[in-house]
Design a binder for this molecule. Structure first.
Ligand code: HAM
Length: 420
């Protein structure tokens, strides 16, 4: 019979190798570190469903984005309702806050989970990938822009990411955005015959997206195109300069040609990139989206957020696997299993940060010690008939040959475990 395989672009993550560079373990470790940083920044968790009405993404991420146009996983459910797997988290968060009538309050939120985009898989680009997202809701432009960049810098430092560049830009306000789009349209009008179908569509629906064109001909034409910098208000330029000034020595670059691939952005936008990633070099991105809540039928709610690509950030992170404080527990004979298990159960309660691994397969003491060594245990606790008789255990130090093994009472071993 044919073997069933995973779907293209969808990875299994299994933490089983002791190797520091194993991507699965790095991903799990990265997630733990990110959650710590989120708490450090006073964010609260939100979880929304992976499935939403398809309409949600049309009305938020937008009809001109590749994400909605080409990459959405959409199907009809048993009730003929058009359902999509979420390609990102912001739309679901906004939907949830509006639905729960929480849109008059401010919120600082984080989430983490799988997202789906039907993209052409390549290094760093998957069809199921994980994002950690942050949304600061109810805060107008100002301090929250600084908070976002501060968080990126903390993430870079905690995850030991070197040589990253943080690119920032500003899309101005509604009027200036409109003026810039008109100017872009006017400029491109004589070149229409040279644009490909995708760029023509962008020009019609959202000319800003043309700045993201991958077509080398379009790129060449755009070299002489109007610049957003000449249209956005001075306040926006000042904000960019102030943010750059507030965090010197952190590779913050103002890039007036940067645009984002989602339609809901309205003001300050940013991305962090690293050359070590290859073609898919952006490991996080975000920006302000002050119109989204109103567009989705909620109250007007200023908002800013970002999402981190977990696979990509783990790839460039210099963190290593934290070694478990591992104690291996060996039961010498089946006859005493019941009583020995009770001891193992009670010992675990002495220190919940400890990993106490009861050896589950039978074998000689020699083979069980070999297994403990292989699993990198620092200590071994051995329980045989004598120990059960005297309500004690044997403690052996695997990594310290100078220390003899000792017989300890349950109380003594409990105390020892609570201190390591
Ligand atoms: P995004 O730029 O579409 O923004 O995605 C954020 C990050 O997710 C990217 O920088 C990248 O690291 C990662 N990513 C995207 N697609 C893939 C893929 N196919 N495979 C692997 N990683 C990928 C958003 O999703 C917005 N929701 C961010 C945001 C939150 N804006 C405001 N709030």
């Amino acid at each position: 019979m044919d073997k069933i395989q995973s779907l293209t672009g969808m990875m299994d993550l299994i933490d089983y190798k002791s190797d520091d560079h194993d991507i699965s373990s790095k991903i799990f470790e990265t997630e733990k570190k990110l959650i710590k940083i989120f708490t450090n920044y006073s964010l609260n968790e939100i979880r929304t469903p992976a499935l939403e009405n398809e309409q949600l993404f049309n009305r938020s991420v937008g009809g001109t984005s590749d994400i909605v146009n080409k990459e959405l996983y959409t199907f009809l459910d048993k009730n003929d309702k058009s359902i999509s797997l979420r390609p990102e988290g912001t739309a679901g968060v906004a939907r949830s806050i509006i639905e729960k009538k929480l849109d008059s309050d401010s919120h600082r939120l984080w989430y983490m989970g799988p997202m789906w985009r039907y993209e052409r898989p390549q290094k760093g680009r998957y069809r199921q990938f994980y994002q950690a997202g942050i949304e600061l809701l109810g805060f107008s432009e100002g301090a929250s822009e600084f908070e976002m960049i501060s968080m990126i810098i903390s993430i870079n430092s905690e995850l030991k990411i070197n040589n990253a560049i943080i690119k920032i830009n500003h899309l101005g306000n509604r009027d200036s955005k409109q003026e810039f789009c008109n100017a872009l349209r006017d400029f491109l009008e004589p070149f229409k015959a040279k644009l490909d179908e995708i760029d023509l569509e962008r020009l019609k629906k959202n000319p800003l997206r043309i700045l993201d064109s991958k077509n080398s001909g379009t790129k060449k034409i755009l070299e002489k195109a109007p610049q957003i910098k000449d249209f956005i208000p001075q306040d926006s330029i000042d904000l960019l300069e102030n943010i750059k000034g507030a965090f010197p020595n952190n590779n913050i670059e103002i890039d007036y040609s940067m645009v984002r691939g989602l339609d809901y952005y309205s003001g300050f936008i940013f991305e962090a990139i690293s050359d070590s990633l290859g073609a898919q070099n952006s490991y996080l991105g975000g920006g302000r989206y002050d119109q989204l809540f109103a567009d989705l039928g909620g109250k007007t709610m200023p908002a800013i957020g970002m999402a981190i690509g977990i696979e990509r950030i783990a790839e460039i992170s210099g963190i290593t696997k934290t070694r478990k404080n591992l104690v291996s527990f060996i039961i010498l004979s089946n006859q005493i299993r019941e009583k020995a298990y009770k001891i193992a159960h009670d010992l675990r309660a002495f220190n919940r940060d400890l990993t106490l691994e009861v050896q589950l397969s039978e074998g000689s003491l020699k083979s069980q010690l070999r297994r403990a060594n292989k699993n990198n245990a620092k200590y071994v606790i051995i329980v045989g008939e004598d120990e059960i008789e005297s309500n004690s255990v044997i403690l052996k130090f695997l990594h310290d040959e100078d220390l003899d093994q000792k017989k300890l009472s349950i109380e003594e071993i409990g105390k020892f475990l609570s201190l390591i």
